[in-house]
Design a protein around this ligand. Sequence first.
Ligand SMILES: Cc1cc2nc3c(=O)[nH]c(=O)nc-3n(C[C@H](O)[C@H](O)[C@H](O)COP(=O)(O)O)c2cc1C
Length: 147
Amino acid sequence: MVDVQPLDEEVIYDGRPMITETDLRGKIVFMNRKFLEMSGYEKSELIGKPHSIIRHPDMPKEAFCCMWDTIKKGEMWSGFVKNLRKDGKYYWVKVIVEPVKDESQNIKGYCASRKPVTENDKVYASTLFEGLKSGKIKALNMHHELT
Ligand SMILES: Cc1cc2nc3c(=O)[nH]c(=O)nc-3n(C[C@H](O)[C@H](O)[C@H](O)COP(=O)(O)O)c2cc1C
C-alpha cells in the first residue's frame, strides 16, 4: 500500500461528476476522469486496489462500518467523507454509495457518486469524526448527515 503523509492543505472539489465503481469487497473497478484528477493517482495505480487507498487518517472506522452495513443490505448510503490524495492534500465530499444489482436483484458491486459540501458540513463532520476517534461520541447509528 502507498504510504502517503497527510498535509494540512485542502483542495476544493468543484462539483463536476466524480464516480467510482467497486466489486463486492470494495476494490476499484472503474473511476471517471474527475475522480482520477482529484486523487492524484494514475489509473493503473487505482484499478484493482481497495477503495481505502484514499482513506484519510482523520476518518473514523465507525463511519465506514455503518456504510458497509447499509450497502450490504442493498440500501443506499450517503455521508461526508474526507479523502486523502496521493500528494498528501485532502478534499471533502458527500459520498453517495449505491449497490449495483444484476437481473436477479443480487448485489454485484457498488457505485459511488459525489457532491460538494458546504463549510458548515465540514465543521459538522470534522467535529463528529474527532468525537468518534477520541471516544467522546460512542456510536454512529445512522447516515452521518444533516440534510
Ligand atoms: C463504492 C464505494 C466507494 C467508496 N468510496 C470511498 C471514499 O471515497 N473514501 C474512502 O475513504 N473510502 C471509501 N469507500 C470505503 C472503503 O472501501 C473502506 O471501507 C474505507 O476506506 C475504510 O477502510 P478500511 O475498511 O480499510 O478501514 C468506498 C467504498 C465503496 C464500496
